[in-house]
Design a protein around this ligand. Structure first.
Ligand SMILES: [Zn+2]
Length: 76
């Protein structure tokens, strides 16, 4: 029987669902890996408060290679 190839658990990025209170209006908000966005008032916490570093472009299986624009304006 042929099915979709199983994802490799060693390489698949699985964010953890976390919860916190909005620091602006107090609404209970759910986030991923400690990053939150309040749907009531629009508050978001800083990305650096996340529980783990953001994946780099090189970690993306679709990364086209060094020197190729990825479309993510991350440079200062
Ligand atoms: Zn809020």
């Amino acid at each position: 029987m042929h099915g979709a190839p199983a994802a490799d658990p060693a390489t698949e990025f699985t964010p953890e669902i976390t919860h916190a209170e909005c620091r602006k209006c107090g609404t209970r908000v759910a986030g991923l890996d400690g990053r939150y966005a309040c749907g009531v008032c629009g508050w978001t916490n800083d990305w650096s408060e996340g529980h783990r570093p953001l994946p780099r472009a090189e970690d993306d299986p679709d990364f086209p290679g060094p020197g190729v624009p990825t479309g993510y304006p991350l440079a200062d």
